[in-house]
Design a protein around this ligand. Sequence first.
Ligand SMILES: O=C(O)CCC(=O)C(=O)O
Ligand SMILES: [Fe+2]
Length: 359
Amino acid sequence: MGMGDVDPVFIQAPEHRPKPSVILAEGIPLIDLSPINYHEEDTVSDPYAIKGLVEEIGRACKEWGFFQVINHGVPLDKRQRIEAAARNFFALSLEEKKKVRRDEINVLGYFEAEHTKNVRDWKEIYDFNVQEPTYIPPSVEPIDKDVIQFKWDNRWPQNPPEFREVSQEYAQEVEKLAHKLMELIALSLGMPAKTFRGFFKHHTSNIRLNHYPPCPYPHLALGLGRHKDTGVLTVLAQDDVGGLEVKRKSDGEWIRVKPIPNSYIINVGDMIQVWSNDAYESVEHRVMVNSEKERFSIPFFLKPALYTNVRPLDELVNEEKPPIYKPINWGEFRTSRLRSNFVKSNVENVQIYHFKVAK
Ligand SMILES: O=C(O)CCC(=O)C(=O)O
Ligand SMILES: [Fe+2]
């Protein structure tokens, strides 16, 4: 196949192709986290400022499911180091990268053939888990024997040599930010700040390095097809190229997320939707590619322990608002989603609405 020839595996159905005109207008909310990232010498932060912040977060989660944060407390040099390592790793030969390629048993490492909703994405990725070793088993009960028992061992590449260290150092910092955000989210739902903390003792959070090379037919393919994040919360670093689009809840339009230097894009995942009994919804998003510039992004996906049964929180349900979802075992949910990521298949992968309580 010659350069520029259209490979049908990447082609989106017409209704899912990117539109030539991009709506930049009113973007996702921009939130300043200074009130919680006060300096060490201040003994208490201003409770009034926190109250305003909590309200802002609640509104953003409800209206958009997405927001950007600045003054977030993640040191810029740590971010720059992992960004450089990602760039150097993806610049290696395919042969070299395939030495750490994921397979159907160990799902971590490099992968260049990811499908989203059965269409191939124009990207290559590298995944690692933040907690090592990752706590297994997924359930205290014996689970479905057909379910493949995945291994969760990080596959660190030899090159670039600093890759492992910078990745792990960065992970520590974004993880802290993710927990601070979960406290603000808990407060915004009217619950104690530490409400969610217990679900993450043996967490299965991971970081993904995304590389979207230039694409000769950006009007037909997507870097990443429309999807919702399955985990709890995503903390995403994007570079200055742009391409992420969020489906606006008010009218279903795709809205481009403007790159802001040293900011993070935060979005609610499926598990917050379940815990909050649909108060906060996990929103669809996708990535456009372009024919000139490559793009890099680094999401951190906060995920609970595999044995967690996620169900609407007691504080958020009552007689008028009964639980919308049956309990979802995170280990089983995750496992069945992972399996579907490998292959083009004709069945839809598991979604949280499959767990809805019949009306
Ligand atoms: O590259 C991006 O901006 C978004 C990536 C994303 O949505 C994902 O990896 O789930
Ligand atoms: Fe995503």
